[in-house]
Design a binder for this molecule. Structure first.
Ligand SMILES: NC(=O)c1ccc[n+]([C@@H]2O[C@H](COP(=O)([O-])OP(=O)(O)OC[C@H]3O[C@@H](n4cnc5c(N)ncnc54)[C@H](O)[C@@H]3O)[C@@H](O)[C@H]2O)c1
Length: 382
């Protein structure tokens, strides 16, 4: 169970402070927006040394390292150049989605452990290739879902796994924003060539992970998917009007997914819509139901106390679960757990064996939307 694995990390994190002193050599691939969070979390690990960084854009890695006070970090023009030149223990792949697969596969082929930002990649085919490279290399591969470390998210899983809900048969999940197409530092989230997927990949992967992780990641069987882009072509929805020309992904997606074990998953996600929320996430079990209040914008936590709806001695009872406080930062925990998995030979904190199902659903939604019909999901042998 992932909950107990995460508990194990807590113990291991204590032990990590007594490590023998050898620092793990880490490189950062892609020095854009999210790379800062990786760098700052690695800085908090006394057993890690960031030795290299790479970015395709001339001078970007150098400027990044200088800005964050690390002129000593060696900079390269691509992931290949960096991985060929350096003896690294691990890399963070912080590139836009379209290069997730090539960067992580190249790193693992060199025996380098990989922390890969979310979504895992764009297509199921890429995810399969990533998993094959991981299997062949024996490297640790963890996917960057920091909400996994949020105490309330963990509680969602604990409630389901406790058996309180009984057998789960229906899930509604999703989330989104009324007005929130992300272009804070340019257009890599909205261009087809760099992002490949819009809201579906960006925040859809989180909503799927929250509920799939809670119910033990059953295999997806069929998908009826829908995607649209009614907002990304309107200048008032973008940071700069000229971004309209660049917009090439979905800004809304919905789906009906059949999962192994007879669970039905009803999903919707939006970067923009004429609605405040596409609804709370709901998990229906035969003995009780769980409501996970939605947030205004997906932020990896809950929009209010979790509520369990059940029947006690014939009376309908609603039980609010007190909101848990997080100790420490979830992003730091995502980095720390990756490092500990490498050092202590622990299982990957957010394993590809689970996230490939997340990616298969995303890929299935995109494919079904293109074809305009329900499709079956086939996942090849890894
Ligand atoms: N976990 C989170 O909270 C979180 C938040 C934001 C973004 N992300 C994810 O992080 C990833 C990056 O997002 P971002 O906003 O930082 O993007 P960004 O466009 O700001 O930065 C990506 C950088 O990667 C570089 N790059 C691409 N391919 C490369 C290669 N082969 N070698 C070297 N550099 C390469 C690009 O030149 C660019 O500078 C995305 O997949 C996104 O979904 C995660």
């Amino acid at each position: 169970m992932a909950t107990s694995i995460l508990d194990a990390y807590q113990t291991k994190q204590e032990e990590a402070r007594e490590f023998d002193g050898r620092k793990l050599k880490v490189g950062i691939i892609g020095t854009g927006w999210i790379a800062e969070a990786h760098l700052k979390s690695y800085e908090k690990c006394p057993d890690v040394e960031i030795v290299a960084a790479a970015d395709l854009i001339e001078g970007k890695a150098e400027a990044f390292c200088k800005q964050y006070g690390h002129p000593e970090i060696r900079c390269y023009k691509s992931h290949k150049e960096m991985l060929d030149a350096e003896e690294l223990d691990a890399v963070s792949v912080c590139t836009y989605n379209s290069t997730h697969a090539e960067c992580s596969i190249y790193a693992m082929e060199k025996g380098v452990h990989v922390l890969l930002e979310k979504p895992m990649c764009i297509t199921l085919d890429e995810a399969v290739e990533i998993c094959r490279a991981e299997k062949k290399s024996g490297a640790v591969l963890s996917i960057g879902f920091q909400p996994r470390f949020d105490e309330n998210m963990k509680m969602v899983k604990k409630i389901v796994q406790s058996g309180e809900l009984g057998e789960v048969y229906y899930i509604q999940t999703g989330g989104g924003r009324r007005h929130g197409i992300p272009t804070p530092f340019g257009t890599s989230f909205i261009e087809k060539e760099t992002a490949g997927l819009g809201a579906l990949g960006d925040i859809g992967c989180y909503s799927l992970d929250m509920v799939l992780n809670a119910v033990g990641y059953p295999k997806p069987l069929t998908v009826t998917g829908y995607t649209s882009d009614f907002f990304g072509h309107r200048p008032e929805y973008l940071e700069k009007p000229e971004y309209v020309e660049k917009f090439g992904v979905d800004d809304f997606a919905a789906a009906f997914v059949r999962l192994e074990g007879g669970i039905i998953l009803d999903f919707r996600i939006a970067w923009a819509m004429h609605m405040n929320t596409p609804g709370d996430s709901l998990i229906f079990g035969k003995e009780a139901g769980l409501r996970i209040p939605s947030t205004d914008c997906w932020n990896g936590s809950i929009g209010g106390p979790l509520k369990v709806y059940h029947n006690v001695a014939g009376i309908c009872v609603d039980t609010a679960i007190p909101e848990a406080r997080n100790k420490g930062d979830n992003f730091d925990k995502k980095i720390r757990s990756f490092i500990d998995a490498i050092k202590f030979n622990l299982p990957s904190p957010v394993p590809s064996s689970q996230i490939i199902y997340n990616q298969a659903i995303i890929d299935g939604i995109a494919r079904s939307a293109r074809l305009g019909r329900e499709i079956s999901i086939e996942i090849p042998e890894i």
